[in-house]
Design a protein around this ligand. Structure first.
Ligand code: 7TS
Length: 409
């Protein structure tokens, strides 16, 4: 299958162990196209200075580049106002910001925070910490055999006691696309606020914060073609305005005296210290690249790859796939599996020998692993630059695992 996008990604020409790289770990981080590398490089070559501080032209250029990136990000998620976009380091920092600032302001003893059992640790631990401090309780939405949230849990577990519902758009382990519209509706019907972790969603699916009416949205640039070290927290203006700052220091103040300080308006109140301007410029270039390709093409390519991979994996007698085994529009191109009786680290090492990069482990989702009753899984995850030929080579290499490690008992 010819893939017109591969030429934009220089790293895809690499070889490992003498074999061409087959990169199937896109859920961990995506590769970066030339346009993103160029945008970030040009920023440092031509416009780099500390933004906001200088009265000289170069600093104004840096400020403009940063604020332009914020505007691009706001438009990308259909936010009303660029001030509702706070740049963070990544999804983890954005979730911590919400849990520290919003969570600790609103939570009281006995309040409930609802998560799904498939959350990444970065959408669990910040809430555990806030709950511990405030006497709140975490409640989990569990999954059916296909990895989808149980209807009855959705009905039962979001209640008058629920103050916050924080869920992933797409699971980083099972690839399940969660019913986010339904979750948001249900949460709002009991007066709860919704945090949507779209770290695994927005690289593949369009997200419209207005249409969803979501209260907070978080994601990382590095999973959607942008450099590492830049992420986004979107929040409704009213909520952000009422929240206390998270990190404090330079850039986020209005006036400081010996004993007290007043804080800058949005978005600066939440952006203490020198920001990652190069990263933000790279993120804007990544969003422009995605817009240029179009989500439709991205989705179509990935659905084809996912369907083909599931079909080929389902043919193998010794493979267990976790979550949805059908390519039915309710799952993304993240597939978790195990070769029966073989430790996932052994599988990943054998594949690495053929230049194939996959993930093996608990994927920072230990509560889900416990729920699935497995210590770890192998995981492949696609992006639009992957090909069917890569899947064929992956399957061939996977067949080696059984031949090399034997047939067990
Ligand atoms: N939320 C989800 C759903 C994720 O998949 C990840 C990272 C995070 C939050 C945290 O993102 P970060 O950029 O702050 O680290 N997921 C993975 C993964 O599945 N493999 O490596 C990182």
């Amino acid at each position: 299958m010819y893939n017109q996008f591969r030429k934009d990604f220089p790293i895809l020409n690499s070889t490992f162990h003498g074999k061409p790289l087959i990169y199937l770990d896109n859920a961990a981080t995506s590769q970066k196209p030339n346009s993103v590398l160029k945008a970030e490089g040009e920023y440092y070559q031509k416009h780099n200075a500390n933004p906001y501080r200088g009265l000289y032209e170069l600093s104004v250029e840096a400020t403009d580049a940063y604020e332009r990136a914020r505007k691009v990000a706001a438009e990308f998620i259909h936010a009303d106002n660029p001030s509702e976009v706070i740049f963070t380091k990544n999804t983890t920092e954005a979730l911590n910001l919400i849990a520290y600032s919003y969570g600790r302001s609103v939570l009281n003893s006995g309040d409930e925070i609802v998560l799904s059992i498939s959350e990444h640790h970065s959408n669990i631990i910040p809430w555990q910490q806030a709950a511990k401090e405030k006497g709140a309780v975490l409640t989990y939405l569990y999954l059916n055999e296909e990895g989808h949230i149980l209807e009855e849990d959705l009905e039962k577990k979001i209640t008058e006691n629920t103050k916050i519902v924080s869920v992933a758009h797409v699971s980083n382990v099972l690839g399940t696309i969660h019913p986010i519209e339904k979750i948001i509706q249900k949460a709002h019907s009991v007066g709860a606020v919704v945090v949507l972790d779209t770290a695994q969603g927005i690289p593949h699916y369009p997200v419209d914060v207005k249409q969803l009416d979501v209260d907070f949205l978080v994601f990382s640039g590095h999973k959607m073609l942008a450099p590492m070290g830049i992420g986004v927290l979107y929040g409704k203006e009213k909520l952000l305005n009422a929240m206390p700052p998270f990190l404090t220091g330079g850039e986020m103040i209005e006036y400081v005296s010996e004993q007290v300080a007043t804080f800058a308006p949005l978005p600066h109140k939440f952006e203490a210290g020198t920001p990652n301007v190069g990263g933000a410029v790279g993120l804007a270039a990544a969003m422009e690249y995605i817009n240029q390709i179009g989500y439709e093409t991205i989705q179509k390519t990935e659905e084809e790859l996912t369907g083909y991979a599931l079909e080929e994996l389902n043919k193998l007698w010794d493979i267990t796939i976790y979550g949805d085994k059908a390519n039915n529009g309710k799952r993304s191109g993240v597939i978790s599996f195990n070769v029966d009786g073989i430790h996932p680290h052994d599988t990943a090492s054998i594949l690495d020998g053929d230049g194939i990069a996959i993930r093996a482990g608990h994927h920072c989702a230990q509560p889900l692993m416990k729920y699935l009753k497995v210590p770890a899984t192998c995981r492949i995850s696609f992006y639009f630059y992957n090909t069917k030929e890569e899947i064929d080579l992956f399957i061939q290499s996977l067949k080696k695992v059984r031949r090399w490690l034997g047939y067990g008992n």
